[in-house]
Design a binder for this molecule. Structure first.
Ligand SMILES: [Zn+2]
Ligand SMILES: [Zn+2]
Length: 315
């Protein structure tokens, strides 16, 4: 179960941590000022996902990195075009002569286009960018799969879609046969959708699909994080495609209704438009985030009212 938490207080920038139940690690999306982000959040962030590198989304990378140096862990950083040299520039702005070369490893996955990702590796002290590979998928580990789309904000902004993988367990109360390594084969056949695969144990032979009823499937939830984006049709079409029926989505709602002219000029979204696109995407739970810092608490309360109205289909 993906459990996201906004780590920026009101008046700060944007940073979201994502936790999983029964999991040692977490993820971070964007590195804006965030006083609720803990040292542990930074050390355990197996991957950092950056939407874009406007200062309000990237300023706190140094602080996060500060807590990762010395862990000897490998951290993955995903982000838009040029992210690799931008991370390199940040790292190279410090002096590293007393740090061992295995103090940390960064793997940067730079999203060039919707189906082209280049990955690099970097280590202290020189932080050379070493090309690892070209990839077509962004991120996949034991627990989550992350997909993305590229939105327009007069620069590329990556919107991320997280899926907690379904958990597949055996329902021992239903199984009348002796448990054995066939259980694992059955799970693998289920994941690979190979219903006709022959599973053999004791003196039996079954097609996998005849045994699928022994499995207990718990569906993993989905989470979308959509940050700065211009409120126009092309972006909205991409949002509808990737985030359709998503369980929870956090969406940028930088401007209030009466400032929508500013939203158009600055390639941002605004209250009713963010709510409307969430309604049209049939998202189950939508949460507006990342408000202009000049707004008062009352302004933000009003943004939430206008957003919710549109999300309920009143626009
Ligand atoms: Zn921005
Ligand atoms: Zn922003």
């Amino acid at each position: 179960m993906l459990q996201p938490e906004v780590k920026s207080k009101l008046g700060e920038d944007i940073c979201i941590a994502i936790y999983l139940d029964n999991c040692k690690w977490n993820y971070i999306v964007d590195c804006g000022e965030a006083s609720l982000l803990t040292v542990k959040d930074c050390m355990n962030a197996r991957a950092i996902f950056i939407s874009h590198t406007h200062i309000d989304h990237f300023i706190n990378f140094d602080q996060i990195m500060r807590h990762q140096i010395g862990t000897k862990e490998r951290y993955i950083i995903c982000g838009p075009k040029n992210i690799a040299v931008q991370i390199q520039a940040k790292l190279r702005s410090f002096t590293w002569n007393l740090v061992e070369d295995d103090a940390v490893i960064y793997e940067i996955r730079e999203i060039i286009s919707e189906n082209e990702i280049t990955s690099y590796e970097m280590k202290p002290a020189h932080w050379e960018l070493e090309l690892v590979a070209n990839r077509t998928t962004l991120y996949d580990d034991e627990r989550v799969v992350v997909n993305f789309t590229i939105l327009d904000h007069k620069t590329d902004v990556i919107a991320y879609h997280f899926k907690d993988k379904d958990s597949i367990n055996i329902d021992v109360s239903k199984v009348t046969h002796k448990l054995g390594k066939w259980i694992n084969e059955l799970k693998l056949a289920y994941v690979a959708k190979e219903g006709d695969k022959i599973i053999s144990f004791e003196e039996h032979q079954f097609k996998a699909k005849e045994l699928f009823h022994y499995l207990k499937i718990e569906r993993g939830n989905t989470l979308g994080i959509i940050l700065d984006h211009a409120s126009h049709k092309e972006n909205h079409n991409k949002i509808k495609q990737l985030f359709k029926e998503c369980d929870t989505v956090f969406i940028e709602t930088f401007y209030k209704e009466e400032d929508k002219e500013k939203a158009l000029i600055n390639y941002h979204s605004y209250a009713s438009q963010s709510g409307k696109i969430m309604f049209e995407s049939k998202v189950k739970k939508a949460i507006p985030v990342h408000f202009s810092r000049k707004y008062t608490e009352e302004d933000i309360a009003q943004i939430k009212v206008d957003f919710t109205k549109a999300f309920q289909g009143e626009y």
